[in-house]
Design a protein around this ligand. Structure first.
Ligand code: CAA
Length: 246
């Protein structure tokens, strides 16, 4: 049987990397996308190979529609048809609303939300025609509960789940499931960028008493992409250590 092919946007970041590894371990052919320096991406790919993980890599600026189209078409030509899409790429530009400039609003909405349409739009037709697809949008607890200093990020992450539910309806009878995962605070570079005093306050509010590990989020991805999870669609799975119970 041929291997399934998965694309993980932002696949070289903290959560993305863990997702790539989990999918590879599930015998899936994984393409990690990146938007920054090619040399760094190649070095990452080599390092993974040395650790036993063979990943394909693909360049694409997820905040740009044309770039997403070219990226997906190139992957389909060079690797094959995409069965699984993990919309994981995301950034933060935190500032309270009065201090936030338009650039910080636009870049977060483009990178974290518009990207989900751009990439999904390009893979969707093929998934429907082949009668199988798994689309997972990596959202955030802060899209559910809001967060001081994140009107841009919270709006984008909340919007992602609206997208999930609407698309799930459109493709439910085509073998394609669409779901959201909403992680809480995960121990990655993004969290380390929060000022230490704020970070400690956040930690104090997590009932489990620690940040999540990236592989714990990847575990939920592996569950949702399984053939046996075909009845789960339009769902939002929270993984936040009890920090927020919707
Ligand atoms: N809640 C309530 N009030 C707060 C507050 C909070 N969390 N943080 C600051 N304030 C208050 C201050 O006490 C101060 O009040 P006074 O004016 O009465 O003294 C006022 O707000 C300061 O407002 P500023 O706009 O000046 O805030 P700032 O510039 O000092 O800092 C910030 C704002 C940069 C957003 C800072 O609060 C911060 O970094 N917060 C963390 C945001 C965060 O959690 N980001 C998550 C990143 S990780 C991620 O997003 C991944 C994921 O999915 C979970």
């Amino acid at each position: 049987m041929t291997k399934k092919i998965a694309v993980v946007t932002g696949g070289m970041g903290g959560i993305g990397h863990a997702i790539c590894k989990k999918l590879f371990d599930a015998d899936i052919c994984v393409v990690a996308t990146y938007s920054r320096e090619h040399e760094k991406a190649l070095a990452w790919q080599t390092k993974q190979l040395q650790a036993g993980y063979k990943f394909d890599i693909a360049y694409g600026d997820v905040s740009d529609f044309q770039s997403c189209e070219s990226m997906i078409k190139k992957i389909e030509q060079e690797v094959g048809p995409i069965d699984i899409l993990i919309n994981n790429a995301g950034i933060t530009r935190d500032a309270s609303c009065c201090k936030m400039n338009k650039q910080d609003w636009d870049i977060v909405i483009n990178t974290d939300l518009n990207s989900v349409f751009y990439v999904t739009h390009t893979v969707l037709r093929g998934m429907k025609e082949r009668g199988f697809g798994r689309i997972i949008n990596i959202s955030s607890i802060n899209g559910q509960k809001g967060q001081f200093g994140q009107v841009n990020y919270a709006a984008a992450k909340a919007g992602m789940h609206g997208f999930t539910k609407a698309l799930a309806l459109e493709v439910a009878n085509k073998g394609v499931t669409v779901n959201t995962i909403s992680p809480g605070y995960v121990a990655t570079d993004m969290i380390l960028a929060i000022p230490e005093n704020v970070r400690n306050q956040i930690l104090a509010g997590i009932p489990i008493g620690r940040f999540a590990r990236p592989d714990e989020v990847a575990h939920v991805v592996a569950f949702l992409i399984d053939e046996k999870s075909s009845y789960i669609t339009g769902a939002n799975i929270a993984i936040n250590g009890g920090q927020y119970m919707a």
